[in-house]
Ligand binder design. Structure first.
Ligand code: SAM
Length: 296
């Protein structure tokens, strides 16, 4: 296998394990690509970001010196007014550590754990992002390597679309959350998918508190940054080359950057994809709800 087919992923429903290993390869490739650039060491995000269009929900704003401010803003919007002080937080699909870094820099959690399927992501996080009150582990969202009721908050940013069985991930989120714990979740969904996902969350014991369509905000970020981010890689569009490796590279970059005119950006423009922020709370068991808060 060479780099010319890194973009081609098998069907995740029929070949889940093969799909996961190709996801690792895809993001391993992406890491090598970013690490080779002058700004590689400060490139902590792989999401499409958020620009405000009002009404917004972030209680804090990205600092003026923030690198990838629109991605920081996405995390601040995701958190909204959720209390994180003194909480144990798990970030699933942590990528290159941008969410963990933001949560530690803007809030006062007790500890933030990042977990990701791709070894290169975790190696980068341990080298470039690790800080007191953080830890990074390799692992699968569908089989989280933590005991029951280990966390107060689970975050998940633009990663769940990679999971072959998302309901298994929701069940794992429920298992590792303490009763009353909060799931802060943002991703891009097929337009018709969100209702089913909400039902799956509910069936797992997660009560959806809010569901916000932020597609316009994500598109603003892509319009402002997509083309210039791509230019930083010096890659020609796939259509401009016959070389299969260069074509594959351009497709990978288009997917991660969603520059204007790319398949993903066009699908958002046409309403076929919807980018959401969902917040949910782990349902307390009936017995503990009846007992009341003073005896819990
Ligand atoms: C688009 S990136 C987003 C990364 C990060 N959350 C961010 O906002 O920058 C998707 C991430 O999900 C990770 N991922 C995909 N499938 C996974 C799985 N089954 N378990 C854990 N992580 C997974 C990938 O390795 C990749 O780092």
């Amino acid at each position: 296998m060479t780099d010319h087919d890194v973009y081609d992923l098998p069907d995740k429903a029929t070949a889940p394990e093969a799909f996961k290993s190709r996801i690792q390869r895809f993001y391993g490739y992406w890491n090598r690509r970013v690490d080779g650039l002058p700004f590689g060491e400060v490139s902590l995000f792989m999401n499409w970001g958020y620009l405000p269009s009002g009404p917004d929900e972030a209680r804090l704003l990205p600092r003026p010196d923030a690198v990838n401010a629109s991605s920081v803003r996405l995390i601040l919007e995701l958190v909204g007014d959720t209390e994180l002080t003194g909480r144990d937080v798990l970030d699933v699909g942590c990528g290159r550590g941008g969410t963990v870094h933001t949560l530690l820099g803007y809030f006062q959690p007790r500890e933030v754990t990042g977990i990701d399927l791709t070894p290169e992501n975790i190696a980068f996080c341990r080298r470039a992002v690790a800080a007191p009150r953080s830890r990074f582990l390799e692992g699968d969202a569908e089989q989280l390597p933590f005991p029951d009721q280990s966390f107060d908050v689970v975050t998940n940013v633009e990663s769940s679309h990679c999971y072959p069985t998302i309901a298994r991930f929701y069940a794992e989120v429920t298992r590792v959350l303490r009763p009353g714990g909060v799931f802060l979740y943002t991703d891009v969904f097929d337009r018709d998918e969100v209702t089913a996902r909400r039902a799956e969350m509910s069936a797992c014991g997660l009560d959806v508190l809010s569901d916000r369509d932020i597609t316009p905000n994500v598109m603003l970020a892509r319009a402002a940054e997509g083309a210039s981010q791509l230019a930083g890689f010096g890659t020609a569009p796939a259509a401009e080359t016959d070389d299969p490796t260069a074509q594959s590279d351009a497709r990978v970059l288009d997917l991660v950057m969603a520059r204007p005119g790319s398949d993903m950006q066009v699908a958002m423009t046409e309403g076929r994809l919807s980018y959401r922020i969902l917040r949910a709370r782990k349902r307390a068991r009936l017995a503990s709800r009846l007992r009341g808060p003073q005896r819990d």
